[in-house]
Design a protein around this ligand. Structure first.
Ligand SMILES: [Zn+2]
Length: 202
């Protein structure tokens, strides 16, 4: 059996290249972020996390081998600072909506208030959607149904960080059950919000 120090050196050594990233869930199962899978394995070996899903590949260290984690859950609850939550802005709204107009599916160019601000609509996640110029100008100060527009889905506040993760690093298929509502069409360069999981889980 390897001692901890040796194990750590083996796992962090150059010979074991980072194979991929693992999803880290809070103790409450809320997605927190993604880390290198060998970092996730260390969390498991240090009993700071439990492995929920493996990739099917293995890390080899000396005479032993370990499954490469794909999803781990922290043993202790980590408080997520309020500042780490995602701001409501053009970039984050576009990311939530997959950079598509929520009325017609064309490329998003504007932010549309479903209930127009002139009619009392608030600037909140539940009342803003990405829209193309055409739909946005067609709508103006109307409600969608008044001008024959229909939302593809009701806008909601993104829950947890699932959608940031997807935007940043993409997702393995094993992650999807833990991420809630999966979104597509994101690009890491378009949404550059860092989630510092290493500091949270350290
Ligand atoms: Zn449109």
């Amino acid at each position: 059996m390897l001692n901890d120090a040796l194990l750590r050196r083996c796992l962090l050594g150059d010979k074991l290249a980072a194979m991929s990233r693992a999803l880290v869930l809070n103790a409450t199962f809320e997605p927190l972020g993604a880390v290198a899978s060998r970092r996730a394995l260390l969390l498991v070996l240090e009993r700071k996390a439990e492995m929920l899903e493996a990739t099917g590949r293995r890390f080899h260290a000396m005479a032993v081998s370990y499954p490469e984690p794909s999803v781990v859950r922290l043993s202790r609850y980590v408080h997520v600072p309020y500042q780490a939550r995602v701001a409501l802005n053009r970039r984050s709204i576009f990311a939530r909506d997959g950079y598509k107009c929520q009325y017609c599916g064309a490329a998003a160019e504007n932010i549309d208030h479903v209930v127009p601000r002139s009619r009392g609509g608030a600037h909140v996640w539940e009342n803003v959607v990405a829209a193309c110029k055409r739909c946005n100008s067609r709508k103006e100060d109307h409600l969608p149904h008044e001008v024959g527009l229909r939302l593809a889905r009701m806008p909601t506040r993104p829950i947890g960080r699932a959608w940031i993760l997807l935007a940043e690093v993409g997702a393995r298929s094993e992650w999807l059950p833990y991420l809630g509502q999966p979104l597509t069409g994101h690009s890491a360069t378009q949404l550059n919000i860092a989630v510092d999981v290493d500091s949270l889980a350290g």
